[in-house]
Structure formats: structure tokens, C-alpha cells
Design a protein around this ligand. Structure first.
Ligand code: ADP
Ligand code: ADP
Ligand code: ZN
Length: 216
């Protein structure tokens, strides 16, 4: 299955994606995670990307399309994957279409997680991420067993620079302006599945699974 998970920042894409990739055996392609890992490794690309990311701005379409292209072609034609956080602009959606066409492939479904703004804000400012493995927690809704420490790997948890309030506001504005139009792009192709993200982790996951049963 070739799946795209979209939704505003903080909607729960990453949290749902990590269960989906396990259960459906998909390669997880998260552009945000790729940028953060590249920066952690001290690479030029990652460092440059973080200048945009920390203020809540998008990385350029050119750079983003290129890292996705490399990753997709690396995986090969028949690889099943889940894209999380890409595409984020109509221009990226078109670039993705072209890549898939080149691979004689296409998306099976686009899962759109719908969450209201006040809930998004609460989720984002309470999010904590493992410095080492990238696993995501929430101070209230998904606290680690030991405060400040990752359950998975013992790594240190931190608050992303772009999860601070000023960046969050900018990201929501950019989402409305640049990313939301993609919803219509996929709706027009009959691929869109809207999921109510304002429920427990398990309930959201259950609804996604139910919807995917009709696709596969
Ligand atoms: P979130 O989980 O809040 O949706 P991500 O981890 O997916 O955030 O992305 C973090 C940041 O990385 C984005 O705010 C943006 O700056 C950058 N980024 C990620 N994916 C893309 C993309 N497809 N195009 C441009 N920038 C991106
Ligand atoms: P995204 O990848 O869309 O930015 P995340 O999966 O990182 O979103 O979730 C954002 C924050 O909200 C995280 O701290 C996560 O633990 C929390 N969260 C995600 N889904 C839910 C949910 N259904 N209920 C409560 N908190 C959630
Ligand atoms: Zn960890």
C-alpha cells in the first residue's frame, strides 16, 4: 500500500504513522524527521533546512522534492510506503505525481486527519521529542514513564524549537495558505479520506483502519 497521511501540524500524523508502518509494513518517509536527522548528523542540508524550520517556515520545494525523490528511488518501484508531512504545497503534490508516474505507481489513499485549532495548539506546545530516536511524547496525553527520558531508548527528551508558540502560529498560517489547498487537489481525484483526529489515539487509529479496509 502506498499511503499519504496529511493534516495540520500537531494533528497526530506522526503518532498514527508509527503504528501504520508497523502494522502494514510500510517504509516511513517523514520529511520533517529526515531534516531533523540530517541536522543532528551535522550535515549541511539539515543545518540549512533548520534555519527555515525553527522559525516555522517551509523548506523550499526544490530541496524537499529532491530528498523525497532520492528516497523513493532508493526504495525501488514496488516498495510500499507511508508519506508523512509530504507533500505540503500543491507544487510538491504535482512533483510527487510525476515521480510516481515515472515509477509506474500511484497512491492508494490519502488520509487527512482533521483537528481544530485550539486542540492543535495544546498538542504542539505539549509535544516532546527524543533527541536520539525521534519518538514523540506529550507531557499530558502521552507522558514517558520517567520524565524527560525516552521509554524506547533512554534518550533525552526536548521541546522542538518550532513547537514554541511564535513558530507554531506561523506554521498554522502557512498550513492554511500553502498546504490546505492540497486537500482539494486529492479530493478532486477521489482519494481523500477524512478522519476525525479529535479523539483518543486508539479511536483515531481504529477509524483509519476501518477506512483503509475499503481501499485495500
Ligand atoms: P509536524 O509534525 O508539526 O507536522 P514535521 O516534523 O512534519 O512537522 O515538519 C517540521 C518542519 O519541517 C515543517 O514545519 C517544515 O518547516 C519542514 N518540512 C517538513 N516537511 C516539509 C515539506 N514537505 N515541505 C517543506 N518543508 C517541510
Ligand atoms: P504531527 O506529526 O501531525 O505533527 P504528532 O503525532 O507529533 O503530530 O502529535 C502531536 C502531539 O500531540 C504529540 O505530542 C502527540 O503525543 C500528541 N497527540 C497526537 N495524537 C493525539 C491524540 N489522539 N490525543 C492526544 N494527544 C495526541
Ligand atoms: Zn528515544
Amino acid at each position: 500500500m502506498k499511503l499519504l497521511v496529511m493534516g495540520p501540524p500537531g494533528a497526530g500524523k506522526g503518532s498514527q504513522a508509527r503504528r501504520l508502518v508497523k502494522d502494514y509494513q510500510l517504509t516511513n518517509i517523514s520529511t520533517g524527521e529526515m531534516f531533523r536527522q540530517s541536522a543532528n548528523r551535522g550535515e549541511e542540508l539539515g543545518k540549512k533546512a533548520m534555519e527555515f524550520i525553527n522559525d516555522g517556515n517551509l523548506v523550499s520545494d526544490e530541496i524537499t522534492n529532491e530528498i523525497v525523490r532520492r528516497r523513493l528511488f532508493e526504495e525501488g518501484d514496488n516498495q510500499d510506503f507511508l508519506l508523512d508531512g509530504y507533500p505540503r504545497t500543491v507544487s510538491q503534490a504535482k512533483a510527487l505525481d510525476n515521480m510516481l508516474k515515472e515509477m509506474n505507481s500511484r497512491l492508494d489513499a490519502v488520509v487527512n486527519i482533521v483537528v481544530d485549532k485550539d486542540i492543535i495548539l495544546e498538542r504542539m506546545v505539549g509535544r516532546r521529542v527524543c533527541k536520539n530516536c525521534g519518538y514523540t511524547y506529550h507531557v499530558r496525553y502521552q507522558p514517558p514513564k520517567t520524565q524527560g527520558t525516552c521509554d524506547q531508548c533512554g534518550g533525552e527528551l526536548y521541546q522542538r524549537e518550532d513547537d514554541k508558540l511564535d513558530s507554531v502560529r506561523n506554521r498554522l498560517r502557512i498550513y492554511e495558505e500553502k498546504t490546505k489547498p492540497i486537500i482539494d487537489y486529492y479530493k478532486g481525484r477521489g482519494m481523500l479520506i477524512n478522519i476525525n483526529g479529535m479523539q483518543s489515539f486508539d479511536a483515531v487509529y481504529r477509524d483509519i483502519n476501518k477506512a483503509l479496509r475499503d481501499v485495500t
